[in-house]
Design a binder for this molecule. Structure first.
Ligand SMILES: Nc1ncnc2c1ncn2[C@@H]1O[C@H](COP(=O)(O)OP(=O)(O)OP(=O)(O)O)[C@@H](O)[C@H]1O
Ligand SMILES: [Mn+2]
Length: 505
């Protein structure tokens, strides 16, 4: 495999060289123009650098009081809890959450093979002549933010919440000039790949329906439109849960004329533009579902809300493996899936590689928890980076069908947790933390989403969608509780060897 590694490093070097040269050129030739009218708050994602590893005493007090309250629901308990939550609410709940020890667990020691991309080729004497002696480093001055984010991808997480380059990637996607827009093939619904002057790229999903439109109850989950706000909210939720397995996503208002139609080189896309009867500029692209004149994507009259997801490293550099979920739905109007017919389905899964070893099963349960909270029924596959084999985190890509309904919860999404009765200790403890008034999931989500530029247009999640998060979290904790009553191997103890008292709440 030596030559493969060499070849990959070579490819990366060539691409680096190309982007470095072009970046320098572009910065000199024309200053990047900021077309977005939305100012991003300076406090963007991930700049919570204070790694407080002590438990805040005020917050600890609130834990005790809440526990009291849970035991005997008397009036005094309620009053005390209210008082404490008033005290706590004066500071940022999100900040408090991210400074909690459970969100600052010691990172596993990473060896060279635990990084997705390697920068510098091992140079033999003969190879050395083929290169300019450019000195590539991880430093901020020489690499664009997207490249630093790619270089930070490891075996266990897609990004480090505290890595400033992740915040920078988000900021840049929201503001940088768009150089090109082409359709992305693969998948079923319309998506565009947008390119930026520093060679960064983003996957665009457009707003297709009113933000608060609930999914039609007569539609099957596989027929639902994708939602741009779901992609954005999913990124925030995944991060708030402490997973860091969704590529950074940000919202943006774009101009359909100047930022898509005028610059696209994609003729298949160009041909689908038209002006609607009320004078809005619309297009539909070409794809399997909803790419027709009857289902147009329209600006108002040119302005369109979109989500932009940072692109993962190119498949030629970092190939991925796609895994069919064992709890995949049947994607049929009539057939049942195997897990729907057999209550002991998980016993088989537990004995089947890769679920029989390592962390794969609890990783899948983490994903199920994320999906139940946002009611995503469309997780038919998940992906991993091939390089890391079976011992790695799961990418939570494609969240466009989440946050479709708030009036009901979808119990079938939680079936893997109920059937398997397994969960990571750190996940369970973070969920419990998020159920406390001082860190309430709906509150930290509201606060996290407020960092997105589209919040200034309208809340990315309506009050109802935020409120159901707390209800669904309760349901998850109850399911785990039921498991604990009937099984003794529920907890996958990933906190072994740590001082658990530090993490208790
Ligand atoms: N941020 C990303 N960077 C690189 N590739 C991505 C990213 N997000 C998604 N992809 C790839 O693009 C493919 C299609 O994306 P996505 O699943 O979001 O579209 P879709 O139209 O909803 O697909 P489907 O209909 O199959 O669910 C994914 O399978 C994934 O491999
Ligand atoms: Mn999809």
């Amino acid at each position: 495999t030596g030559w493969i590694a060499g070849w990959l490093s070579f490819c990366l070097s060539v691409r680096l060289l190309a982007s470095y040269v072009s970046v320098t050129f572009l910065f000199v030739s024309f200053m990047p123009v900021n077309l977005s009218s939305h100012k991003l708050p300076s406090r963007m994602n991930g700049d919570f650098t204070n790694m407080a590893v002590h438990i805040d005493h005020k917050v600890e007090a609130s834990f005790n009081m809440v526990n009291e309250k849970e035991k005997d629901k008397n009036l005094i308990g309620t009053k005390m809890a209210t008082k404490v939550s008033q005290q706590v609410s004066s500071r940022s709940k999100l900040e408090a959450l991210f400074s909690h020890p459970l969100y600052n667990l010691p990172r596993p020691h990473l060896l060279e093979d635990d990084w997705l991309l390697k920068l510098k080729p091992k140079q033999s004497d003969s190879e050395e002549d083929a290169y300019d002696r450019a000195n590539w480093t991880r430093s901020a001055e020489t690499h664009p933010a997207w490249l630093r984010y790619h270089l930070g991808i490891s075996r266990w997480e897609l990004y480090d919440r505290k890595d400033p380059s992740v915040a920078e990637v988000t900021q840049q996607m929201a503001t940088q000039r768009i150089l090109s827009a082409v359709q992305k093939s693969g998948g079923t619904q319309l998506k565009l790949i947008m390119s930026f002057p520093n060679y960064g790229q983003a996957l665009l999903k457009p707003m297709r329906q009113e933000r608060d439109a609930e999914t039609d109850f007569n539609l099957f989950y596989f027929s639902d439109f994708e939602r741009h706000n779901a992609e954005i909210a999913a990124f925030h939720l995944d991060r708030v849960l402490g997973f860091c397995r969704i590529p950074p996503v940000v919202g943006r208002l774009i101009n359909v004329t100047t930022e898509i139609r005028a610059i696209t080189t994609d003729h298949k896309l160009s041909r689908t533009f038209f002006t609607s009867p009320v004078g809005n500029l619309c297009f539909h692209g070409q794809c399997e579902y909803y790419c027709s004149t009857e289902n147009p994507v329209c600006g108002r009259p040119q302005v369109l809300e979109v989500s932009l997801a940072s692109m993962l490293p190119d498949l030629s550099l970092a190939p991925r493996r796609s895994w069919r979920s064992p709890w995949r739905r049947s994607y049929s109007r009539t057939k049942l899936a195997p897990w729907e017919k057999n209550p002991d389905y998980c016993d088989t899964v537990k004995q089947t590689p890769p679920y029989s070893q390592g962390t794969r099963l609890v990783d899948l349960i983490d994903m199920v928890i994320l999906d139940f909270l946002m009611s995503n029924m469309d997780r038919h596959h998940y992906e991993t980076f091939e390089k890391f084999g079976n011992d790695t985190f799961l990418l939570h890509l494609d969240n466009g069908r989440a946050f479709g309904r708030h009036s009901v919860d979808e119990p079938s999404i939680l079936v893997p947790l109920r059937q398997c009765c397994r969960i990571r200790r750190s996940t369970l403890m973070r969920l419990r933390l998020l159920s406390l008034p001082g860190f309430r999931l709906s509150d930290v989500m509201r606060e996290s989403l407020s960092q997105d530029p589209l919040e200034s247009v309208a809340p990315l999640l309506s009050v109802q969608h935020l409120a159901v998060l707390d209800r669904r979290l309760k349901t998850i904790l109850q399911a785990v509780h039921t498991c604990l009553e009937h099984h003794d191997d529920v907890i996958h103890d990933d906190l072994q060897g740590y001082d658990v008292n530090l993490y208790r709440h």
